[in-house]
Design a protein around this ligand. Sequence first.
Ligand code: ADP
Length: 264
Amino acid sequence: MRRKIIEFREVSFRYEDEGPWVLKNCSFEIYENEWVAIIGHNGSGKSTIAKLMNGLLFPQEGEIYINGEQVNQESIWDIRKEVGMVFQNPDNQFVGTTVQDDVAFGMENRGFPREVMVKQIEDSLQAVGMHAYRQTEPHRLSGGQKQRVAIASVLAIAPKVLILDEATAMLDPKGRTEIMNTVSKVQENKKLSLITITHDLREVVQAERVIVMNAGVIWDEATPREIFTKKDELRKIGLDVPFVAILADELVQAGIAIHDEPLN
Ligand code: ADP
């Protein structure tokens, strides 16, 4: 049986004491080496979940466990070694003057020994296909390349969980493809649990499991295949079904394509 890496137990959260609850009684688990997509309309609570996962926020009600340890003020430094995050804006994530300095920065902060650093920087830049750019100044890179370096910086600290919070939202289609390809390659190595947060249904296809958020509650938890059978319900909670998925259905209905058989 796979080990639990993240557990939310009846978590509720609000930003202000008397303010509205933005998460209500959320319970879910994420397992070792699993790829889970969290999807929902803007404002449904996805980013709040991500921030609760690495101790940037704490719940008023319920409990969160990462790798068996409860997230609280005392445990946040342990937790942040286990959970790495990549955010939406690639330009807000750089501190180094070269790509490799940048990857080194997070490791220096966490006190990695020098020999380990050299190897991990090499390995993580290789893993995202950015090794050839190790001496490049980050501002010379494309958006997709910047996000690949941001992913490498997280991989270098060897976390148990990598969270991508709308990491493709500011990228052009090429950059988006680059990131999705990088992410699936990283996941093939099965060394960490991957959580991709998105409002774009196209990005859930490769995940093993999908958690659908709506107005602060877990609306559904299912495989991508099951999710795509609920197109009408998804539309009602503000999630646009990709044109290709609608076309695929229409082709099946017209008898031109058959479910489970790819079109050649
Ligand atoms: P998502 O990532 O799905 O777009 P968020 O988790 O960012 O959703 O936001 C959930 C709700 O919390 C929204 O109603 C949003 O307006 C509110 N919210 C987010 N950040 C803050 C904040 N810093 N202060 C007050 N309310 C916030």
